[in-house]
Ligand binder design. Structure first.
Ligand SMILES: NC(=O)c1ccc[n+]([C@@H]2O[C@H](COP(=O)([O-])OP(=O)(O)OC[C@H]3O[C@@H](n4cnc5c(N)ncnc54)[C@H](O)[C@@H]3O)[C@@H](O)[C@H]2O)c1
Ligand SMILES: [Fe+2]
Length: 382
């Protein structure tokens, strides 16, 4: 590790973690003199009993509620504009992102848009747009209901262009939630498939963050513990969930997102184009690609792989053993090993490789990735 420069490390979010913590929302709003939240969620969560109960609980405290749930599975710019219109027309004073990563990302992008009305993609981080995020933003609260993206503690929102489907990343430290209510009880009834896909997203965050090139011992420690917690709980959370496994997965997913302020890598750049082109769920796209992308990174980073293997208590402390572990874990939680099983065809490969090389995640990969590397990885996974 090179300690030859000065780096900035940030850990500022207040996290209320534990079963029932989401019940504190009403008191928190009252204490902070917030009386008109916009709840941003999706069309499934809006119908779930815990969501309706959360609305009733805060309404009992004389808080006026408004809900926006009309969002795409992979959120697009027009979702953000629609939510902003509702915020404006119903005189809201704060925003609550309540749901999976998609809902929390839309909520965060609305937080940005309230006082930044240029075209949303002017703020795209890849083109240096974060410098335009200069105005105040509304009070922002997150309540995750999946254990995957960790978006609840993030500073970025991933929003796609309506037409091209290319994912853009909106980033600013101003977009951090003021408080997170991370309540594992809300994740108890997640279906097995969503638990598996989102859980593998969390594992990918921890593993890619650990390997990402920026020196960051704090995040690396968090990432290793995140991997351990997932190895102890994902299979159980998928196949026989209990509060213990749900709690471990929720905190590990949050840790993955804390850790990836260090950066992500090749696996996320393989995954993002699948969502853009084929609307594949983000976690599923990572899950299928992770063994291949991680294998690409072994040569030259054997020491780091040894640490990962040791953390996962593998018999052999090698990168190859880590790759075998990933395939095996996917089998145990019913994730396919091949891209063809999730709708990818040979004819998609060239476009996928073009999108992957343009993606924002791989510049932080421990080693450079070329367009040919992406193409070869897709072909291997096909
Ligand atoms: N901002 C970030 O740092 C970041 C990081 C990774 C991914 N993402 C984004 O997050 C999104 C994916 O988020 P996700 O994996 O949480 O998926 P998601 O938000 O799409 O949710 C998956 C499904 O689970 C359902 N669901 C959510 N909570 C539930 C519950 N408690 N019970 C039953 N069903 C429930 C949802 O309705 C949805 O159908 C993508 O858009 C991706 O780009 C953002
Ligand atoms: Fe992710």
């Amino acid at each position: 590790m090179d300690f030859d420069k000065t780096y900035q490390y940030n850990f500022p979010t207040i996290i209320r973690f534990g079963p029932g913590s989401s019940k504190e929302l009403g008191d928190y709003l009252v204490k902070n003199k917030l009386s008109a939240p916009l709840f941003v969620t999706d069309s499934t969560v809006v119908q779930l009993p815990f969501f309706k109960e959360a609305l009733r609980d805060v309404q009992k405290k004389n808080i006026s509620t408004e809900v926006f749930s009309d969002i795409h599975k992979n959120p697009v710019k027009s979702d953000v504009y629609k939510g902003t219109d509702i915020y404006d027309s119903s005189n809201r004073d704060c925003i609550i992102g309540f749901g999976g990563g998609a809902a929390m990302d839309v909520a965060r992008a609305i937080v940005l848009r309230i006082n930044h009305r240029e075209d949303l993609f002017k703020y795209d981080d890849l083109i240096g747009g974060d410098i335009y995020v200069t105005n105040e933003v509304p009070h922002f609260i997150t309540i995750p209901t999946t254990a995957g993206t960790g978006s609840e503690v993030g500073r970025s929102a991933i929003i796609a262009d309506d037409e091209t489907h290319q994912k853009k990343i909106l980033f600013s430290p101003k977009l951090l939630a003021k408080i997170v209510f991370a309540d594992p009880l809300l994740t108890m009834d997640l279906p097995p498939f969503i638990t598996a896909a989102t859980g593998m997203d969390a594992l990918t965050h921890n593993m890619e963050a650990y390997l990402a090139k920026m020196p960051h011992p704090i995040c690396e420690g968090i990432a290793l513990e995140g991997m351990l917690l997932i190895s102890e709980s994902l299979e159980q959370a998928v196949n026989k969930p209990d509060i213990q496994s749900r709690s471990k997965m929720l905190i590990a997913s949050l840790m993955g997102a804390v850790a990836f302020q260090k950066g992500l890598g090749v696996v996320h750049s393989l995954a993002h184009p699948l969502s853009s082109l084929l609307d594949t769920h983000h976690g599923l796209a990572n899950a299928v690609n992770i063994p291949y992308g991680i294998e690409f990174n072994i040569a030259g980073f054997e020491d780091k792989f040894k640490r990962i293997a040791r953390t996962l208590a593998l018999k052999q402390e090698t990168g190859e053993a880590v790759v075998r572990y990933l395939f095996d874990l996917n089998s145990r939680i019913n994730i396919p090993h091949k891209l063809t099983a999730i709708g990818v065809k040979q004819e998609h490969i060239e476009t996928l490789a073009d999108l992957a090389i343009a993606d924002f995640a791989h510049p932080n990969n421990p080693k450079p990735v070329s367009r040919d590397d992406f193409k070869n990885l897709y072909l291997k996974a096909l």
